[in-house]
Design a protein around this ligand. Structure first.
Ligand SMILES: Nc1ncnc2c1ncn2[C@@H]1O[C@H](COP(=O)(O)OP(=O)(O)OP(=O)(O)O)[C@@H](O)[C@H]1O
Ligand SMILES: [Mg+2]
Length: 580
């Protein structure tokens, strides 16, 4: 990361997040000043201690100075404690705020944005990157304040005790700073790589859970184990690298300190014999120099924390800055449903990551209260059309109207409130049956839920479950059969009581018997509703009031089953293939 970019990121972090906690930072700053002063005081006290107690043998100071020393140390300890508490709160709250913002972005993001980035990356942003920012604030900010103040106090004391010796000590400092800067850069680089690997690793982990059966049937345990080991090894390597670069500061600094103290003793000896330095000044100076070691080392490693926090912030800000294309203007009027006629006028749509348009200048006229079916080969654009209606994806051209209201000119909330969706892949939460159905309407009474389940032909199997409606169904409903899950999802759609219903191959994974049950459930769901249905099964298509036959993103033919059988060769051949 280049310096201007780093500065920008830190500036944004400060303005947007840290500045809010200004009061606590100021408190920590004042406490850091006290830490610096009391640390210097402990070194300074050696001067009167040696002079008054050891040389002049003063009786009163012999017990006063030890008391001062106790006081200085405890002041340092207590103020450091409170400074840390304050900064830890700030760091964790900032990290929490970032996590909340990421969570919010994930929840309101465009479906396309989510389609194009692995969920594991988002999880890693929340877990790993926010932790790094917290480290930067909690340790970085406090160390900068307390260590600089301590260093300033100690350097001041050194000059106070003997300026010649102090100049000598200062001469050694640039050397330490040079080493420190170098280390910081190296660690920053490795840290960024480690952050990216952590993201990939999280993605990988979430995949091996989802693919548990596939891994076993294709016998990829060994391969996936190797993949896991690769990620883990890389992370171990990077973490060792980070730690080893960090502790490389120790031998360098220790040797440097050795040189400093050796030179210092040699030089002091000459100053003392020349009568320019007293023994008491020597001890106080020595103490200050030794105490300065810790803040120098800590300041030397601070840029590593800064790099680490900044590269994590960069990844977080990239997520937060992703523009949300699905504009949700709350000031727009609500959609008013009367007849529930739906019209597509010259609608074209292209997915961002593809060349060709998935929907090409389509015109559809859909009568309210009836069932409209979409048929066509795989990839013809059926699911895409259905996804355009609740604005999961934004069209680039044309208009979609519901009762003559442009769906882009009514509030998104009112639009989606009027639409139910049952898709092929049923989404169930790790919760009870009841909670999964009440997701459509949390205020629904027990009776309403049971009624919805009766309509969906789900009540019978639910009551047979161990705890009935209170049965926990596990992550994505693992404890239910495919058809049972589908019926729950239909019950949920019934409970929403919306006038528009979208069914994307809601029955395709069922056997004939369960399909009949689910078909009846669907018939109950769609009675007097405007239904858009995608189905491969002829039984659904026969009963549709209107059928659109799609090919390569365009409407090839439309009409009811009988008229299409007469007018469209392609439709007839599609039906005949199924009957064979
Ligand atoms: N998220 C996506 N990103 C990019 N392209 C997509 C995406 N989803 C679908 N497509 C492409 O858009 C075209 C239409 O896909 P769509 O899912 O609408 O087909 P479909 O008619 O529903 O097919 P199927 O019967 O197989 O479900 C296809 O060429 C497909 O590759
Ligand atoms: Mg589809």
């Amino acid at each position: 990361m280049e310096l201007p970019e780093l500065k920008n990121i830190l500036k944004r972090l400060y303005k947007g997040y840290v500045a809010k906690h200004f009061k606590r930072i100021i408190i920590a700053l004042v406490l850091s000043l006290i830490v610096g002063a009391s640390t210097s005081a402990t070194a300074w006290l050696l001067d009167p201690a040696v002079k008054k107690i050891f040389i002049e043998k003063d009786k009163t100071l012999a017990w006063l100075i030890p008391i001062y020393i106790i006081f200085a140390f405890s002041t340092k300890g207590i103020s450091l404690y409170f400074a840390r508490i304050n900064i830890i709160k700030v760091g964790n709250r900032i990290s929490g705020e970032l996590q909340k913002q990421i969570a919010r972005v994930i929840l309101i993001a465009d479906i396309q944005t989510l389609d194009n980035r692995h969920s594991g990356k988002y999880i890693s942003n929340i877990n790993y990157d926010c932790g790094a920012v917290q480290g930067l604030v909690s340790s970085g900010v406090l160390n900068i304040m307390k260590d600089s103040f301590t260093l300033i106090g100690l350097v001041y004391l050194m000059f106070y005790q003997n300026w010649k010796l102090a100049c000598f000590a200062m001469f050694m400092m640039p050397l330490a700073i040079f080493f420190a800067k170098n280390l910081g850069k190296r660690v920053g680089k490795v840290q960024t790589q480690a952050g990216e690997i952590a993201g990939d690793f999280t993605s990988f982990l979430s995949e091996i859970f989802k693919a548990s059966k596939m891994i076993r049937i294709y016998q990829k345990e060994e391969e996936e184990k190797n993949n896991a080991e690769y990620f883990i090894n890389e992370l171990v390597k990077k973490n060792i690298k980070i730690a080893s670069v960090m502790i490389r500061a120790t031998p360098i600094m220790e040797t440097l300190t050795g040189f400093m103290i050796a030179g210092f003793i040699f030089y002091s000896g000459r100053l003392i014999s020349a009568g320019e330095l007293e023994v008491n000044n020597f001890f106080s100076f020595l103490a200050a120099m030794m105490l300065a070691y810790q803040p120098i080392r800590s300041l030397a490693t601070i840029n590593m924390l800064v790099y680490q926090g900044a590269s994590a912030s960069k990844r977080i800000f990239a997520v937060l800055d992703n523009p949300i294309e699905t504009k949700n203007d709350e000031r727009l009027s609500a959609l008013k449903i009367e007849k529930c006629n739906i019209n597509f006028e010259n609608v074209s749509f292209k997915y961002i990551n593809t060349e060709e348009r998935a929907i090409k200048k389509i015109n559809l006229e859909i009568k309210g209260g009836l069932m409209t079916a979409f048929v066509g080969q795989s990839g013809a654009g059926k699911s895409t059309i259905i996804n355009l209606l609740p604005r999961f994806y934004e069209i680039q051209e044309g208009k979609i109207l519901i009762d003559q209201q442009d769906i882009h000119k009514v509030s998104l909330f009112s639009l989606r409130k009027n639409i139910s969706l049952v898709s092929q892949d049923v989404i169930l939460f790790d919760d009870t049956v009841k909670a999964n159905i009440a997701y459509a309407d949390p205020k629904a009474s027990q009776n309403e839920i049971i009624e919805a389940c009766r309509f969906a032909a789900a009540d019978e199997f639910i009551t047979k479950l161990s705890d009935g409606y209170e049965t926990l169904i596990g992550e994505s409903g693992v404890r239910l059969s495919g058809g049972q899950k589908q019926r729950l999802s239909i019950a949920r759609a019934i409970l929403k009581k919306s006038p528009i219903i979208l069914l994307d191959e809601a029955t395709s994974s069922l056997d004939a018997e369960s399909e009949e049950v689910v078909q009846n459930a669907i018939a109950n769901l769609t009675k007097n509703k405007t239904t858009l249905v995608i189905a491969h099964r002829l039984s659904t298509i026969y009963s549709a009031d209107k059928i659109f036959f799609l090919k390569d993103g365009s409407v090839l033919d439309s009409g009811n089953h009988d008229s299409l059988m007469n007018s469209s060769v392609e439709y007839r051949s599609l039906v005949e293939k199924q009957l064979k």
